[in-house]
Design a protein around this ligand. Structure first.
Ligand code: UGA
Length: 433
């Protein structure tokens, strides 16, 4: 099929590359000349595992093209897929200006027999409104069909998630649309869940917020476990073995970040307010998450007292490993709190080399970042930290305090190393040592 993907952010680009890999002829369109120039020259505007190879293969087999020319991109396509960003506005509502701007542009073309897929995360009712808008303008007997097909791609694992989804959710109103969607995803083995467009839109928000709720829940229990001498890892494992609960997203730590969970909780809250439907759980999910950075700083203060003049090393600046994205990362709040408390903050991340928090010193070498620090705080569980040489770290630190904000090291492993190198090792929801 001929597919045009409009919007080449991480969702659009990954989707385009994967669809080309499934055998479709894909055009990736964007209004950003800079992004399209970068892509045309074979470079990537974002870092995503496996994407580079997939795009190279798609170019080699001539299944992918990049353009800023919307005439060409729209006229060529049988399927149009919109994957533009829908960031939060100051009031928490999703900003749909990019999406509607694309839809208004589309309205100027002959869209007969085409299928329009809304992939962007949008407030419930948006896809129906787009359908109404395009149909009002059309005098055609075979007007465009509009579907909502939410994405469940984790950054850093997006290519894998595209090819191995748990389900493909499609909100649509016609059998024709269902059949096109089956053809589009031919080659991906996953059950289709067909429903109406509003349900599909709500599935996206309800799923993301549910995952965020699991994280806040386990963090809440972790704080309790810490006081009781229990080990949150054992607790989470014992809970997760129950299939009704499930083991994933029960990793206690510095809290969730990124561009999705915080934004989607805000958008769902706004939706509840709009329909005068109370959603009290959402405030608790946010409140627990907002407290995570403070809880980590308090751990440091418990051992160091005042942070004035103390040197703190922060390892891991991104909101999770395998991405260069620092949006809503816990490192931002932790570094700001440390600076506000008078600390001298030194940071290291494998991918982040410029950091927006004023006053922090960014290092390219993790051992230099830890040099003469009073505490080393790990905020993202990057694989390379697993190989930390504790003898170098213990010599580098002025005070031997390690705070593992992601429980990335097993308690037994660290007990051995802490003893050997005279380290104080604190983690989340586990007994101190
Ligand atoms: C999330 C969803 O997982 C995807 O399904 C969805 O498509 C995407 O949002 C989106 O809406 O576009 P993402 O934000 O990339 O994906 O990252 P996750 O892997 O879900 O992690 C989010 C945050 O939760 C990270 O900061 C991570 O460190 C944290 N987390 C995750 C925990 O603190 N504990 C856990 O057990 C799992």
């Amino acid at each position: 099929m001929k597919v045009t993907v409009i919007g080449t952010g991480y969702v659009g680009l990954v989707t385009g590359a994967c669809l080309a890999n499934l055998g479709h002829q894909v055009i990736c369109a964007d209004i950003s000349v800079e992004k399209i120039t970068t892509l045309t020259s074979g470079e990537l505007p974002i870092w995503e595992m496996g994407l580079d190879g997939l795009l190279k293969e798609a170019r080699r087999s001539e299944r992918i093209r990049y353009t800023t020319n919307m005439d060409f991109a729209i006229e060529e396509a049988e399927v149009l897929l919109i994957a533009v960003g829908t960031p939060s506005q100051p009031d928490g509502d999703a900003d749909l200006s990019h999406l509607w701007s694309v839809v208004h542009d589309l309205a100027a073309y002959n869209l007969t027999n085409k299928l329009l897929i809304i992939k962007s995360t949008v407030p419930v009712g948006t896809t129906d409104a787009i359908d109404v808008f395009l149909h009002q303008l059309s005098s055609d007997h075979h007007p465009i069909d509009v579907v909502h097909n939410p994405e469940f791609l984790r950054q850093g694992n997006a290519v894998h998630d595209f090819f191995h989804p748990d389900r493909i959710v499609v909100g649509c109103a016609s059998e024709t649309a269902r059949n096109i969607m089956r053809t589009l995803y031919n080659g991906v083995s996953a059950p289709f869940h067909f429903c109406n467009r509003s349900s599909a839109e709500l599935i996206k928000y309800a799923s993301n917020v549910f995952l965020a709720m699991k994280i806040s829940y386990i963090n809440m229990i972790a704080d309790l476990a810490e006081n009781l001498g229990a080990n949150i890892e054992d607790v989470a494992k014992g809970m997760g073995l129950d299939k009704r609960i499930g083991a994933s997203f029960l990793q206690a730590g510095a809290g969730y970040g990124g561009s999705c969970f915080p934004k989607d909780i805000k958008a769902l809250k706004t939706l509840g307010q709009k329909w005068e439907c109370e959603l009290p759980l959402l405030d608790s999910i946010e409140a627990i998450n907002n407290e995570r950075p403070r809880a980590i700083v308090n751990k440091a203060k418990k051992y160091l007292g005042s942070l004035i003049g103390k040197k703190i090393a922060l390892f891991g600046l991104t909101f999770k490993p395998m991405t260069d994205d620092i949006r809503e990362a816990s490192s931002l709040a932790v570094s700001q709190l440390c600076i506000a408390e008078g600390a001298d903050v030194h940071v290291y991340d494998p991918l982040v080399h410029t950091y927006p928090v004023q006053g922090v010193t960014v290092h390219r070498d993790m051992y230099l970042a830890a040099d003469s620090c009073d505490s080393l705080i790990i905020l993202t569980e990057w694989e390379e930290f697993r190989d930390l040489d504790w003898s170098i770290i213990s010599k580098a630190l002025r005070f031997p305090l390690i705070i593992d904000g992601r429980n990335m090291f097993s308690w037994e492993y660290m007990r051995q190393h802490a003893k050997e190198h005279h380290l104080i090792y604190l983690s989340i929801g586990r007994p101190p040592m």
